[in-house]
Design a protein around this ligand. Sequence first.
Ligand code: HBI
Ligand code: FE
Length: 291
Amino acid sequence: MAQPPSAPVSQPHGLRGDYSRAAADYTVSQDWERYTPEDHAVWAALYRRQLELVSHYAAPEFLSGTRALGASAARIPRFEVVNEVLAGATGWRIVAVPGLIPDQAFFDHLAQRRFPVTVWIRRREELDYLVEPDVFHDFFGHVPLLTNPVFARFMQAYGQAGPKAMATAGGLRMLSRLYWYMVEFGLIRTTAGLRVYGAGILSSKGETVYSIEGAQPQRLRFELARVMRTDYRIDAFQRTYFVLESFDELFHACYGTDFAPLYLRYGSDEPLAADARLPTDEVLSADTQPR
Ligand code: HBI
Ligand code: FE
């Protein structure tokens, strides 16, 4: 007889929220052998479902990155195997962490071309929604674009911008909005139409479709100061998405740019509402012409 869904199959990977074994930089060992058959089965269910969906909605650079990583639905990937691919592509590597880590440690990892990936995986009851990152969000959502030299270089520059942001009033909030809108929830215009590259969208079944096809959200051309001034929602689908012309556009807006004048000008202001519309906004309709 089949087990009832609530029966504990086996103990899941025990590092969920366990920071006691972390090093000073918050890294842990992945301990891949500790993933249970149920952990791998949850990965498989998420990976299969989402790969099929994002093949229709994701940016081509994300999809080619996904293929390059050589991960599959069969097993949660071994980080050391993936690191061979990343090393050759961009010199990045992923490091295992127990979950969210303090801002300063996070920035420092990025500045050193290390992307922190959460080790544990959600339970089956949490397939569609999780408030914190797990290995599926971090790996499936974030790691593919680390094979892209331009995007990877932007991520390093983002990390390098951390210390100054933390030392300036309102700076950290503004820099975090850049991450939110351009790393977690970014869209990009392609020759085929609007596509998704943001990790928060691509690891979510509902938001992948909504961000491209939804009638409610507004899609605005990327503009650095506009993004950094805009409040965001962590508990619902976004009201606004910002759209890149290319990863070069993001890189050139940020690399070598001193954000200090922006922090000084806007850092103490109330943010723009998540659904604000300014006269200067360039709105892209859902059926935006392909580039
Ligand atoms: N830690 N593991 C992890 N993943 C994140 O995305 C993350 C974090 N710590 C801080 C953080 N993000 C953000 O607050 C920074 O972008 C500012
Ligand atoms: Fe994320």
